[in-house]
Design a protein around this ligand. Structure first.
Ligand code: MRU
Length: 408
């Protein structure tokens, strides 16, 4: 993985591809340093997801799809006959699937790439029974030195690698289009259902975490409609939850809204209830990492409390939700593996030193608690379907209790 400083490049799209290499922002360095990372192989992709340089469910899905395609190419370049081995795709997927457990987009995207490769294999007349002797010979031949990098000698193997790559590219494009479509649905929903007197003042939207362009290939999910309404000249203002412990709201959402010139104000995570009580919030708009078959929404820790407060004040609570985030195989939120993250995310914080004499303004990490404190840091929570006004998908606004009918 290489890093490149690119301060003048537009923020969106947040992922792009040049000569089969994947470029995206290093989100651990934002908002202080605008650096691009180049993901050159499947290991880079897995590392970037695990280290949260790449984050947000749809972007994780896109990078995982590209990473899986790279893993397939790497394996076929090394052993062109490996596609004859049972379980070869599953073993290639392991490293990517182990990175982050909660966002279903990751497993979904890896599954999509694998399925497209399997479709070619099934359609082909090739004998897929493992011809052990042939495989052994193949391994010997291709482990010889001086064989060029990822060049694939076998025509079936190169067709499979190409298919995987094309499917991954399609998924990247789909994400952009899907978010634009979610934006169109959101415009209607926000304008129709927002509470409050919006003619005399801007539409007030509260959001949690970063479900913006940085969490996707482009547009964002929760922010797509906001970008589109702003472009049409509709006056709006976004309350941005800081989103402890990693501060995706303050560091990423506020950063990208500022970049797009959208009026916004960062608030402490605990301020939302008071703002709602004072009538300063017309709608809550969040993204999701997984929506379960019963309509429960799994999203960044703290989402649930916002949903409770919104319910108490009769404020609509909308979830922007690409179909790829809906997991009909998962009965309820209680069945989801909620990622438990390092205590260091709570006990340490990254920022710029503010000392006036400080000339070298490099970001630093500081401890914010006494050494040895015990911390517990679940990364996500579960918002029960009963608190969700609607799921805004790329296709339609869906009642969370009617998911089974919608996906029957
Ligand atoms: O831990 P993160 O930063 O990957 O969590 C991100 C969120 O919870 C987002 O709200 C969610 O992925 C939706 S992104 C469109």
């Amino acid at each position: 993985m290489t890093s490149i400083s690119m301060t003048t490049k537009p923020l969106r799209p947040t992922l792009w591809i040049e000569q089969r290499q994947v470029f995206t922002w290093d989100q651990t360095r934002l908002p202080f340093e605008r650096e691009v990372i180049c993901l050159e192989n499947s290991q880079d992709c897995a590392r970037a997801i695990a280290g949260m340089q790449v984050r947000g469910a749809p972007l994780i899905g896109a990078v995982a799809a590209l990473g899986m395609a790279m893993a397939i190419r790497e394996a076929l370049a090394k052993h062109p006959g490996c596609y004859r081995e049972a379980g070869w795709l599953e073993s290639l997927a392991k490293a990517l699937l182990a990175t982050r457990p909660t966002a279903v987009n990751l497993a979904w995207a890896v599954g999509q790439v694998s399925a497209s490769v399997n479709a070619i294999l099934q359609a082909s007349t090739i004998d897929q029974e493992p011809p052990t002797e042939e495989l052994k010979a193949d391994r010997v031949a291709y482990s010889r030195p001086n064989r060029p990098g990822n060049a694939i000698a076998d025509s079936m193997a190169s067709a499979l690698a190409e298919q995987a790559w094309q499917r991954a590219l399609d998924l990247v494009d789909d994400d952009r289009n899907c978010n634009a479509a979610i934006g169109m649905q959101t415009q209607n929903v926000l304008l129709k259902h927002a509470r409050g007197q919006t003619a005399s003042r801007p539409l007030q939207i509260l959001t949690h975490c970063n479900a913006g362009a940085l969490a996707t290939v482009d547009w964002g999910t929760a922010t797509a409609g906001i970008y589109q309404l702003h472009a049409q000249g509709i006056a709006l203002h976004v309350w941005v939850d800081e989103t402890r412990p990693r501060n995706q709201g303050a560091s990423l959402t506020a950063y990208e809204l500022a970049d797009a010139g959208i009026p916004h104000t960062v608030i402490a995570d605990n301020a939302g209830g008071l703002l709602m009580m004072r009538g300063l919030v017309d709608a809550v708009m969040v993204g999701c990492d997984r929506v379960c078959a019963n309509g429960d929404v799994v999203n960044k820790i703290g989402t649930y409390l916002k949903a409770l407060a919104a319910k108490a004040h009769g404020i609509p609570f909308w979830v922007a939700c690409p179909a790829s985030s809906i997991d009909m195989s998962c009965p309820s939120g209680m069945d989801v593996n909620i990622e438990e993250r390092s205590a260091l995310e709570l006990s340490q914080i990254r920022g710029l030193p503010v000392h006036p004499q400080q000339t070298l303004r490099q970001p630093i990490l500081v401890e914010i608690m006494q050494e040895g404190q015990i911390c517990y840091n679940p990364g996500f929570d579960i918002t029960p379907a009963a608190l969700v006004s609607g799921l805004i998908t790329e296709h339609a606004l869906i009642n969370p209790f009617k998911l089974r009918e919608a996906f029957a």
